[in-house]
Design a protein around this ligand. Structure first.
Ligand SMILES: NC(=O)c1ccc[n+]([C@@H]2O[C@H](COP(=O)([O-])OP(=O)(O)OC[C@H]3O[C@@H](n4cnc5c(N)ncnc54)[C@H](OP(=O)(O)O)[C@@H]3O)[C@@H](O)[C@H]2O)c1
Length: 329
């Protein structure tokens, strides 16, 4: 019987959750049409939440998290996928209530599987991961709304996070002037090398004036944090510009008024990468594999073995991680 290594989160006394690298069996995996031998995974904030018992992400334990995986098909009951094919699986229910990618094997429905685009390696796919897909969806929403490099600066919040750093890389590759917002002044050089032209502190985006709108400064915003940073960014948009929002690390709530919308014709677009339809998902992956692939992609990532994942998840929960974390299986 084939066994494999996996991160397993289990409930321990006093609402504590233990993270251990465990040997599991293929027969433990859920039913599904495609068995994938995972070569790389990557870390996302949702994995960190799953690792500490967040019931909004994972309902029952023991559980293997990991919303991202890239690898090779080892068994398939679906005509679209043959043994030996390179594939990407991200989001849907992977790593939430379905055994996830922080393991050497996953078994999933064929409808979750994306063939790896040509000119993208398995490693590159997981440097992007859900963070890259999410950032790509944000860029796509803003460009469909009319954003162009000549419109002006684009703000990216939570800049050193996975989504933030991917948004900076993609926007810079497309010729945008990116302004990064971070809580880590020591990451300034890293963010400038990633492609930002300017780095602001979180405090610079924490307007407490009560004014309905502020000076117009940004042609677009990709927000990963919510809260007052998002509220301030919205008040600072240029006429007709939009924000694409995906996250809540600062707060799920933000206070706004109708004024940015009725005085400046601004818009907010929500990003949901988890249930993103396959047609859109495939198009974004194709772009990430070609015109949107940052030249410095490998500089945006730290590669770690599965054994180092528990420690890195803790760091993410404390907001201390830098850039994207790639996991080698
Ligand atoms: N909707 C979707 O489809 C989707 C997909 C992926 C992720 N998300 C969400 O997007 C968010 C970011 O995900 P991620 O994977 O990029 O997470 P991550 O790698 O942990 O990065 C989050 C970043 O947010 C900043 N941050 C942390 N605590 C903060 C606070 N209290 N106030 C303001 N900023 C803070 C930090 O960057 P700085 O220190 O540089 O500020 C941190 O590196 C999460 O809320 C996640 O759930 C949503």
């Amino acid at each position: 019987m084939t066994t494999f290594k996996a991160l397993v989160i289990s409930e321990a006394p006093e609402k504590h959750y233990a993270k251990t690298i465990t040997t599991r069996q293929i027969s433990d995996l859920p039913a599904g049409e495609v068995l994938v031998k995972v070569h790389y995974s990557g870390l996302n904030y949702k994995d960190a939440l799953s690792s500490v018992g967040n019931r909004g992400v994972t309902k029952s334990y023991p559980h293997t998290p990991g919303i991202d995986a890239a690898g090779v098909v080892e068994e398939s009951q679906h005509p679209d996928f043959q043994n030996g094919m390179n594939v990407i699986v991200t989001s849907y229910d992977l790593g939430m209530n379905t055994s996830g990618g922080l393991a050497q094997y996953i078994r999933v429905p064929a409808s979750w599987v994306v063939p790896l685009p040509e000119s993208m390696s398995l490693k590159e796919a997981m440097i992007f991961g859900t963070a890259g897909l999410t950032a790509g969806m944000g860029v796509s929403l803003l460009e469909n709304h009319g954003l162009k490099p000549q419109n002006g600066k684009v703000l990216v919040t939570g800049a050193t996070g996975g989504v933030g750093i991917m948004a900076i890389g993609i926007l810079a590759k497309l010729g945008y002037q990116v302004v990064a917002v971070t809580g880590k002044p020591e990451a300034t050089d890293f963010l400038l090398k990633a492609g930002a032209i300017e780095v602001l502190s979180r405090e610079a985006l924490d307007d407490q004036s009560g004014r309905p709108v502020l000076k117009s400064q940004y042609a677009g915003v990709i927000d990963t944090v919510g809260g007052n940073i998002l509220a301030t960014a919205l008040k600072s948009l240029n006429y007709g510009a939009a924000a694409a929002i995906c996250g809540l690390v600062a707060s799920p709530n933000f206070q706004t008024s109708v004024f940015p919308f009725i005085l400046r014709g601004n818009a907010i677009f929500g990003i949901d990468s988890a249930e993103c339809p396959m047609e859109i998902r495939s198009k974004i992956w194709q772009k990430l594999a070609s015109a949107w692939k940052p030249n410095n992609l490998e500089d945006l990532v730290t590669e770690i073995p599965l054994e180092d994942v528990p420690q890195q998840l803790e760091k993410m929960l404390q907001g201390g991680a830098w850039g994207k974390t790639l996991v080698r299986l």
